[in-house]
Ligand binder design. Structure first.
Ligand code: TXA
Ligand code: MG
Length: 349
């Protein structure tokens, strides 16, 4: 299949291109599009064949449910039922935005879209291109992140092109994602609201609205024997071929530990890399050193992570060390993704 690339300026949206992309989705085709979190791979949420195509294009197991994207809070009641008040309170505060709610699924949503689950994930993104596309396609786009299964979520259209060119009808290039990590997922189907995946909207943000909030135990503990409640969180993510270790501790100790380790693999002819905060850039003796941002700049660090993991992949770096971050606020999301990339490999000094 020949993939068409639509470059759309978010400040001056070409409505004809949006209308064409919307038509493709209505007819059962797939369109990759920007959102404020990461790029999504979209199809008609009510069309089971579209959902099947999404799984095929991503190379993703079909038991891993998709998120239904809407562009109007009222549309929540067209995909979910028994919607608790907390859902509307959270929606009023954080939608449109990087939050996904898990609710009971109406039967109108095909099982293919939710991986056979009786619940449905719903999100109303703030990205204007995404909103216009959702409206143009009939109001309900099922979309996972627009990467091949196992690769980091794409924060730039060029990564979507790398992963999905030839497998989708259209890729919309709307520039770089503002947040760079996927949405916060909140399960509202069982008593206390529970965060299944941390994101830009933090536990504290959610608690301000709901009072109590739980966190799925598996979020920061890869060794947990329990299965995560968001099926997608069980997979080892992001460049599984790479040997990545996270190192926590006092700054000086972290730098010397990582340098010692780098020295010990020098003869192996494997390209080495370090994910470093800006203040430490000059201190490491690796082949490739990536600046993830100032330690105080939580959001910039979140934005940079997936791009850096992809760059290491592209540059053939085989052994990576990363500085660790305190899993609080937005950094809880960063650490969750970094942990998945590391497959739980951590050192505490
Ligand atoms: O920011 C985002 O959420 C991006 C953009 C494109 O909107 N989308 C995204 O989709 O990250 P995806 O498919 O890569 O991740 C969705 C996660 C998966 O871990 C999946 O298992 C979980 O949401 N999920 C979806 N439906 C669920 C449900 N009914 N119950 C529990 N977890 C669910
Ligand atoms: Mg994903």
């Amino acid at each position: 299949m020949e993939t068409r690339i639509f470059r759309i300026d978010p400040d001056n949206i070409d409505d004809e291109l949006i209308a064409e992309a919307g038509r493709v989705i209505k007819e059962g085709g797939l369109v990759a599009f920007p959102t404020e979190t990461v790029y999504g791979l979209g199809g008609d949420a009510f069309n089971r064949d579209s959902s099947r195509k999404i799984y095929a294009a991503k190379g993703r197991p079909s038991d891993n449910p998709l998120i239904v994207h809407i562009a109007d809070i009222e549309d929540l009641s067209k995909v979910a039922y028994d919607i608790p008040d907390t859902a509307y309170k959270l929606a009023e505060k954080f939608w449109p935005g990087p939050m996904t709610l898990i609710l009971k699924k109406l039967s109108a949503v095909p099982d293919e879209t939710t991986g056979g689950l009786s619940t449905v994930a719903v999100r109303f993104p703030s990205d204007v291109i995404a909103q216009k596309l959702i409206k143009a396609s009939g109001g309900f786009i099922a979309a996972p992140s627009a990467n091949k299964s196992g690769r980091p979520s794409p924060t730039l259209a060029k990564y979507v092109i790398e992963d999905l060119e030839g497998e989708v009808e259209i890729i919309i290039d709307g520039g770089s994602s503002d947040i760079g990590l996927e949405s916060t997922i909140v399960d509202l189907t069982e008593g206390i609201p529970t965060i299944l995946r941390p994101g830009y909207i933090t536990k504290e943000d959610i608690a301000e609205v709901t009072g109590k909030v739980d966190i799925d135990k598996t979020i920061l503990d890869d060794s947990s024997k329990e299965a995560p409640k968001a099926p997608g969180m069980k997979y080892k993510h992001y460049a599984p071929s790479v040997d990545l270790t996270i190192v926590y501790g006092e700054n000086d100790k972290v730098v010397s530990y990582i340098n010692e380790k780098l020295l010990s693999v020098k003869d192996k002819k494997i390209k080495t890399g370090v994910i470093a905060t800006s203040g430490n850039l000059g201190l490491y003796k690796a082949d490739v050193i990536k600046d993830i941002g100032l330690r105080e700049d939580e959001l910039l660090i979140a934005q940079n992570l997936f791009r850096i993991l992809r760059e290491f992949d592209d540059e053939g770096v085989g052994i990576i060390y990363s500085e660790g971050f305190k899993a609080e606020g937005i950094s809880m999301a960063t650490m969750n993704r970094l942990m998945k990339a590391a497959g739980g490999k951590e050192v505490f000094l």
